[in-house]
Design a protein around this ligand. Structure first.
Ligand SMILES: [Zn+2]
Length: 292
């Protein structure tokens, strides 16, 4: 991590590119354009100091929280970042980061790191119909806790168990609430065990969707505006709800995951075909011919 900071300070775009995970939002297919962007940033920035606040490692995932003090356009700026790294083929690669202005030690969590590795496009587990959950055990509760941390770390609206390599009928969402300015605010976490959807409304709407398992691809997906969901909550209570808007959309997206369906399957043939080269390149750079 310190070396990535140095690479920015010394303007070494090649090093930055080589240590960025292919699923990172920063990843760019056009290396020349990417290198130019990094050089432009480095040449306008003076790197004054780096303060490491803490780091944690858990198998193939790690986080480093640091405060960077830089000067941009003659102005001194500080920001705190919690960076996530994923170990890929023996190398730690930058996955993404949560940024906060100034000195923000609240970005460090005292708990042990509970991130789970994600399953990406091309992994067969994403195409399986998941198994029902028979009992709600302590292990399941622990898994859900880790799923919440993983969803939040990667800025997801929801996360389904197959996306973290567990083929079971379980997903979580952060209840999205539409704000008056058309944005989305993420509220409390909701846990759905053995969910069943029914009574989709005839009225549909088309909105852009993305997926943590298919990074960097977004497409407009048509879905019913409302749907009914029956599920077990974490306490094992049977719940039946009618949901609408963004909440319904996220629920339908996550519910698809436990049935082996991805949002790109909802696109019409032409649009799906136009995405094919991007999907192929994504699959190649993430799995790089390695056995899944
Ligand atoms: Zn998804």
């Amino acid at each position: 991590m310190r070396s990535r900071y140095s690479a920015y300070a010394l303007c070494l775009p090649k090093y930055i590119i080589d240590t960025t995970h292919p699923a990172s939002p920063q990843f760019c297919d056009d290396e020349t354009e990417w290198a130019q962007k990094i050089s432009a940033f480095s040449s306008h920035t003076e790197f004054r100091n780096l303060e490491i606040l803490g780091s944690q490692e858990n198998g193939t995932l790690a986080t480093v929280t640091f405060v960077a003090h830089i000067t941009q356009n003659k102005k001194d700026v500080s920001f705190t970042e919690r960076s996530y790294f994923e170990k890929t083929r023996g190398k730690w690669l930058y996955r993404n980061g949560q940024l906060s202005e100034g000195h923000a030690p609240n970005l460090i969590t005292v708990n042990q790191l509970k991130l789970l590795p994600l399953a990406y496009y091309g992994n067969p587990i994403l195409r399986k119909v998941a198994d029902s959950i028979i009992t709600i055990t302590d292990d399941l509760r622990k898994l859900i806790e880790e799923m919440i941390e993983t969803m939040d770390a990667f800025d997801g609206l929801g996360l389904a168990a197959p996306q973290i390599h567990h083929s079971i009928k379980l997903f979580i969402i952060r209840k999205p609430v539409e704000t008056p300015d058309g944005g989305l605010e993420l509220k409390e976490v909701k846990v759905f065990i053995n969910p069943e959807l029914s009574e989709p409304s005839d009225e549909t709407c088309k909105l852009p969707e993305g997926c943590l398992s298919i990074p960097s691809i977004h497409s407009e997906v048509e879905r019913p505006k409302e749907v009914t969901i029956e599920y077990l909550d974490l306490q094992g209570n049977k719940v039946k709800e009618r949901v609408s808007g963004w909440e319904a959309r996220v629920i339908m997206h996550e519910n698809d995951h436990i049935n082996g369906i991805l949002f790109i399957d909802h696109l019409d043939k032409k649009e799906r075909q136009s995405l094919e080269p991007f999907l192929k390149s994504l699959e190649n750079r993430i799995h790089d011919g390695t056995e899944l």
